[in-house]
Write a protein that binds this ligand. Structure first.
Ligand SMILES: Cc1cc2nc3c(=O)[nH]c(=O)nc-3n(C[C@H](O)[C@H](O)[C@H](O)COP(=O)(O)OP(=O)(O)OC[C@H]3O[C@@H](n4cnc5c(N)ncnc54)[C@H](O)[C@@H]3O)c2cc1C
Length: 370
């Protein structure tokens, strides 16, 4: 039995909530906190690739995702007017709305006995060889055997314990995202392309809904006036006359329906722990979204961390094993994602074949056991 018996997870996003459930399943007491007061009920969609679904299946949660989401296994390419150009096989994937995924993970974790505290953060932390003393933002104090920093790409705990060398850096693109009712033709991972290589992507997130994204190049991070986001996305996509895109845009009438953010990335060198604090998910490795894999990597991290704790006796041995099992795999995904991002920025048309080959080989890599 491992000496790690009581864990604090900071951040209840995809990685933190999965870790809460995976750790409860191996008998660890879990306290999971999030600075946000509640699980957001809006939010875009996410594509869970074959490896993410395999990790969810190992937690007996794959079917719940498929029940709420939408299974697909094809790529469809359209021109900007909506003419279907080709269909290729894609890895079996599940598109799902993020709030639905959060609900599935949190319900499972709470049902298994994990304690969630929202609207709470770590005010200060003393990381000792014997335990971590935490003072919370509401003044409470507690000591844990392990703290899992699952607080995302802008992780404060990473900054505190690993310094600023791994601070996120801008990858040269920003992303616009929104949800819409699913048009019949969006029944797979769909890309709509103009003759100059500008691309809009869409995939189903349930029988009724789909998710649309558009990546925009810029040498510096773009700042957009939030109140005009709905007008700006319409302007940017005016060249796309495909009925599926026009119908989706018709539904975007409020700025809050559009999520805009620059793509900031990071990869922390192994090992991912300092004494008794360990990084998980985007806090350790935030790729660009081109491989649709950051969430899947966070889910895999959680499964592997629980596995390492269950398989070893000392806390340090578990944490070393965890970094060893995760680092190279996550680096491969971060590198491939960034290469795809650069290919798009440099020459989207000229690099199309190269990018397709990289995507395919990385999907195959993702199929390897974790
Ligand atoms: C445009 C885009 C599209 C993407 N598409 C996909 C996709 O299709 N498939 C896929 O697998 N991945 C995708 N990803 C990646 C995926 O979203 C991330 O990898 C994933 O959300 C990481 O999960 P996480 O739990 O590590 O971090 P997050 O989801 O960022 O969660 C971090 C949590 O920590 C909380 N928090 C932050 N700071 C504190 C603090 N100080 N104290 C307490 N709590 C705190 C936050 O409130 C949040 O709930 C995409 C990413 C982007 C940007």
């Amino acid at each position: 039995m491992n000496e790690i018996k009581r864990v604090l997870i900071v951040g209840s996003g995809i990685g933190g909530a999965t870790a809460a459930y995976a750790l409860r399943r191996v008998g660890v007491d879990v306290h999971c906190i999030d600075i946000k007061t509640e699980t957001p009920m809006v939010g875009s969609g996410i594509c869970m690739l074959h490896n993410a679904m395999r990790a969810m299946a190992s937690l007996d949660l794959a079917q719940a995702c498929l029940d709420s989401g939408y299974h697909f296994d094809a790529f469809r390419q359209f021109d900007s007017a909506g003419q279907l150009l080709r269909t290729n096989p894609a890895p079996p994937s599940c598109g799902i709305r993020r709030p639905e995924l959060a609900r599935i993970l949190e319900t499972a974790a709470e049902g298994a006995g994990a304690i969630f505290d929202r609207g709470l953060t770590v005010q200060s932390l003393v990381n000792r060889a014997e335990g971590v003393d935490v003072r919370f933002s509401d003044g409470r104090e507690a000591t844990y055997d392990l703290v899992v920093a699952a607080d995302g790409v802008y992780s404060r705990l990473r900054q505190q314990l690993f310094g600023t060398d791994c601070s996120p850096r801008f990858a040269g693109q920003s992303v616009w995202r929104f949800n819409a009712p699913r048009p019949a033709e969006v029944d797979a991972f769909c890309l709509f392309r103009t003759a100059s290589g500008r691309t809009v992507g869409s995939f189903p997130t349930s029988q009724e809904s789909c998710y649309i994204f558009y990546l925009e190049n810029s040498p510096e991070p773009l700042r957009v006036p939030e109140a005009e986001a709905h007008l700006l996305i319409r302007e940017r996509l005016s060249e796309f006359t495909a009925p599926a895109i026009r119908a989706s845009l018709e539904c975007v009438t409020q700025p809050r329906q559009v999520i805009f953010r620059p793509l900031d990335i990071t990869l922390v060198p192994a090992p991912w722990h300092r004494e008794r604090v360990v990084l998980l998910g985007d806090a350790a490795h935030a790729p660009t979204p081109h491989m649709t894999s950051g969430g899947g990597m966070a889910i895999e991290d959680a499964v592997v961390l629980a596995d390492c704790i269950a398989a070893t006796q000392s806390g340090q041995a578990a944490l070393e094993l965890y970094s060893n099992r995760r680092y190279e795999r996550c680096k491969t995904i971060c590198d491939a994602s960034l290469q795809l991002c650069r290919n798009e920025q440099q020459d989207p048309l000229g690099n199309r074949e190269k990018s397709a080959a990289l995507l395919l080989s990385t999907y195959q890599f993702l199929g390897q056991p974790i």
